[in-house]
Design a protein around this ligand. Structure first.
Ligand SMILES: Cc1cc2nc3c(=O)[nH]c(=O)nc-3n(C[C@H](O)[C@H](O)[C@H](O)COP(=O)(O)O)c2cc1C
Length: 262
């Protein structure tokens, strides 16, 4: 299979999916295109890929699924027997049906899934669970995986691939949509970076304190990317979540799981 282009596509509020997907794509080919579906406007356009393009698409895992906003965005991406590599990035607990959902969704959009992986990223809630991941070791594995994919694709046609990934039907039910309230501390310098990085436009561009809770998807981009650490989740929500989730994550370092459809 001769490739014309390689594109790294992702929805990635706190950048762990972005780093993972870009490392895989750069392993396939050093020069890549970027399709960043995180800003709201990017999710409104239609995108088309041909049989000689390759898409590496990644999603963070939210409740064992891919985020609803990314599912909606992927419905605007059209393939034509286009090979696709899938990446689910999860916060060290579990990825459940996220890879299966990605595979099914991309297949419906005209893509041929050729490989997939589940990777670990620092959990969105706090900076304790899987802190600093993907780290150098993870990114080296992503790049190696990309190199392997390039090698496998060389003498293959898309008809050679039938990718199996873990997951169950019906997919896990999505949790009720509810946001996380934030308090703004005295350290806030009103730079409005929080509004800029919010992937759903939930924060007012006039004041960081004004937030549309019906739009908040709990991604924590606003809090994690605040240059002053001035967005505080009150009531010990993050600490309680970290305690609960840490108990569910198990002991020891989890490693990426890789799947090839050949
Ligand atoms: C609303 C929400 C739900 C999440 N659900 C899960 C989950 O089910 N399993 C898990 O291991 N991590 C879960 N995470 C953690 C993210 O999958 C993880 O931190 C990921 O690396 C974030 O990707 P990003 O940096 O691209 O935003 C969740 C995070 C959020 C915000």
């Amino acid at each position: 299979m001769e490739l014309r282009t390689v594109t790294a596509g992702y929805f990635s509020p706190t950048d762990t999916t972005k780093k993972t997907v870009e490392a895989i794509a750069r392993g396939i080919r050093p020069v890549i295109n970027i399709l960043d579906l995180t800003p709201p406007a990017a999710r409104e356009a239609e995108y088309h890929f041909g049989p000689e393009d390759l898409l590496v698409i990644g999603a963070p895992v939210y409740g064992g699924r891919i985020p609803l906003v990314e599912e909606e965005a992927i419905r605007h991406i059209h393939g034509s027997c286009t090979p696709v590599v899938l990446a689910a990035v999860y916060g060290n607990r579990a990825y459940e049906d996220a890879l299966l959902e990605l595979r099914d969704l991309l297949s419906c959009q005209g893509f041929i899934p050729v490989a997939a992986g589940a990777f670990i990223g620092e959990h969105s809630f706090g900076n304790v669970i899987a802190a600093g991941r993907p780290d150098t070791q993870d990114l080296a594995k992503c790049t190696d995986f990309g190199r392997q994919i390039a090698f496998w694709l060389k003498d293959a046609t898309v008809g050679d691939f039938s990718l199996k990934v873990p997951g169950n039907y019906p997919y896990r039910a999505r949790g009720a949509q509810s946001g996380i309230p934030h308090e703004i501390s005295g350290d806030c310098i009103f730079c409005l970076h929080c509004a800029e990085v919010c992937p759903t436009g939930a924060i007012s561009t006039k004041s960081p304190a004004i937030k549309d809770m019906s739009r908040c998807i709990k991604c924590q981009a606003c809090a994690k990317k605040c240059p002053k650490g001035a967005r505080i989740v009150p009531g010990g929500f993050v600490e309680t979540m970290v305690e609960k989730l840490s108990a569910m994550c198990g002991e020891g370092r989890k490693e990426p799981q890789l799947f090839l459809g050949r």
